[in-house]
Ligand binder design. Structure first.
Ligand code: UD1
Length: 393
């Protein structure tokens, strides 16, 4: 028996942190009893590429989710896609040559996911992808390119559901590489649920108001919640302008709307001259990007969510928050109403959003939990990794 297996896992941007937290915990649990069970221990190294680097976009998640500090920080920072991917590959190659892991584990679909899987394969190191098989069918999305490249290179593909398995079968991925393990994001949701729900609205608003503004006092009526960051929604004034008009003139007149503003979106609102409109809208509560526990609290108490985030679509599904997804397609169809979920695709045309909003507001919460979205995905992943390493020794 090999005494230990070296795994290097990679995070780069905010949505990765919720996916790696349960994995690091599952490794610690595995190691605690490995000797007694006579199985190899895992020697784990965590790499942060540094794509997201702000306290609020990165470090706060390590604290809230008890993720160990990264062993290696590549500090690539922001830049164009080619700059991010290129700088990550150069720095990651050095890390691989120094540490020679048995496996590189990548999660999700950000630039770090793609850059590190390419680099690992060129160094003849096996790659495992957590959250494999998701496809939006939209190659305009940088994330779709990252998914396709990563999956085509991966030796092990960990999927969230049967629809993702079908996508991989259609692409000719050998079935013995694919393991449906459930949704690791839901591991984090279940692990944090109690702690998140013990937060207070008053405290969350006070700590996160944009530019230190005075927080309003909210009634017990449900609020609206929204996030927006995709280039397709926020990079053009002709798209973002009408969305902002709908939020300020219709939605926020019905209920208070809480909006943690992503750095990309804030920059664009300012550039396009829309910033004053949102700041002046009285029942629109603008927050800095909030932490994971705070977002979970806000989501669990929201009457309706408008978002273009993939992760929030999944969290709404399990929490039961009616969700309008501001995209024309999704790589997470399992969360849609037609598959039993709570989310509707409404695109980014303001009149369509408005119509869907009118149909949805006032709907009650209804939770939907797809098979294996049970909080134990990370343990299944660790078991498969150990078995796969033993087989290929
Ligand atoms: C990235 C991911 C996306 C994910 C999203 C969540 C890719 C291709 N995209 O998009 O899949 O849903 O993160 O946030 O990997 N910035 C800061 N502080 C930070 C990080 C970024 O101010 O800590 C600024 C950057 O300078 C840049 C902008 O925010 O101007 C966008 O960051 P970037 O990493 O390019 O992409 P995201 O839009 O965040």
């Amino acid at each position: 028996m090999k005494e230990s297996i070296r795994i290097m896992s990679v995070v780069g941007a905010r949505p990765n942190f919720m996916k790696i937290a349960p994995f690091t915990r599952a490794i610690a649990e595995h190691n605690a009893t490995a000797e007694e069970r006579q199985v190899p221990t895992i020697d784990h190294l965590l790499v942060h590429t540094g794509q997201h680097y702000d306290e609020r976009m990165s470090a706060s998640f390590f604290d809230a989710l008890s993720i160990p500090r990264p062993d290696i920080d590549l500090e690539v920072g922001s830049g164009s896609h080619a700059e991010q991917v290129g700088h990550t590959m150069i720095a990651f190659e050095n890390a691989l040559r120094e540490h020679r892991p048995d496996w590189v584990v990548v999660v999700g679909d950000v630039n770090a996911t793609c850059a590190c899987s390419i680099t690992a394969k060129k160094e003849h190191i096996k790659v495992a992808h957590i959250e494999a098989g998701l496809r939006s069918g939209d190659r305009e999305m940088p994330e779709e390119i990252n998914r396709i490249v990563t999956d085509s290179l991966s030796d092990l593909l960990f999927t969230t559901d049967a629809l993702a398995d079908e996508n991989l079968t259609k692409e000719g991925v050998p079935t013995d590489r694919v393991h449906c393990v459930g949704n690791i994001m839901i591991d984090t949701l279940e692990y944090c649920r109690e702690q998140a729900l013990s937060r207070s609205m008053e405290h969350i608003l006070k700590e996160n108001m944009l530019e230190g503004r005075t927080p309003p006092t909210l009634s017990s009526e449900p609020h609206g919640l929204m996030t927006l960051h995709r280039p397709s929604n926020v990079d053009q004034p002709a798209v973002l302008g009408p969305i902002v008009h709908f939020i300020c003139n219709e939605w926020a007149s019905d209920m208070p709307v809480i909006w943690p503003v992503h750095p990309r979106t804030r920059k664009n609102l300012q550039t396009f001259g829309l910033w004053n409109q949102v700041v002046d809208c009285e029942s629109l509560i603008l927050l800095e990007p909030v932490g994971y526990l705070e977002m979970l609290f806000l989501n669990a108490h929201a009457g309706i969510m408008l978002t273009d985030s993939g992760g929030l679509q999944e969290e709404c599904c399990v929490l039961g928050t009616p969700c309008l997804t501001l995209r024309w397609n999704t790589e997470r169809p399992m969360t849609l109403k037609e598959h039993g979920g709570v989310s509707m695709l409404v695109g980014n045309d303001a009149s369509k959003i408005e119509q869907a909003y009118r149909e949805t507001k006032g709907q009650s919460r209804r939770s939907f939990r797809p098979p294996l979205w049970d909080g134990s995905a990370a343990c299944r992943i660790v078991e498969v990794l150990i078995a796969a390493t033993e087989c290929t020794k």
